[in-house]
Design a protein around this ligand. Sequence first.
Ligand code: 6PG
Length: 249
Amino acid sequence: MRDLNVLDDLESFSDALAQRWLTLSQEAIRARGSFHVALAGGQTPRRLYQRLASAAYAPHIDWTHTWIYFGDERAVPPEHPDSNYRMVREALLDHVGIPPGQIFRIKAESADIEQAARAYAEDLDRHLPRGPNGIGQFDLVLLGLGEDGHTASLFPDTDILSVLDRAAAAVYVDKFCAWRISLTLPTINHARHVIVLAAGAAKARIVHAALGEPPSSRPLPIQRIQPTGALEWFLDRAAAEELSVPDPA
Ligand code: 6PG
């Protein structure tokens, strides 16, 4: 299943995403006793995380049975302005009562980033519920979208795109001259539910390339997100501008 949700603006986009989180978390906790979610980094999801921490949503979410992971992390300390963990902590984690033992920060600032990636993969293997093929399975993975078609830290033409035997890996990103740690494609595609979120006019071209055109012989990383579970896209009108879709609901 691939559903496309186009919302009028960032506020309604973030609210619709918060509502979907609420529904998916209630379903997971009712069915399996816990909700395991990998969060997107970057700027787009910040408002979503703030909405989840607001009085409109936080009281209705069972945070004590919510387990937080990260889709990727930059090679910076957790208090660095570029840290995805810092963004999530300020927007969400500082405001809701998730037990600290249920939050798995990627320690990408480590001097040994390969070891840090192995340690994160071990966290995933130890704490994620097992899926049908015996590997860890997220209830939900949130993914942003870069203008070059990357998602998480799965950047075009990087080795991590062919890592199939580990849940997470380190990747050197030439365009940033920097290391990152990211979930790998098998882990993302094994999730029960994947949501790609993109907002703003700057994403309209790559959204059209990803959704409006069939994958070429060299598909974009985002086009390799083909989960066995559900795949949904959430866009605001500006990011959907180049798609031929009906007006937002
Ligand atoms: C990161 C993200 C990355 C991000 C996209 C979109 O660490 O940068 O995980 O994949 O989601 O680059 O970023 P924006 O939401 O800031 O446009």
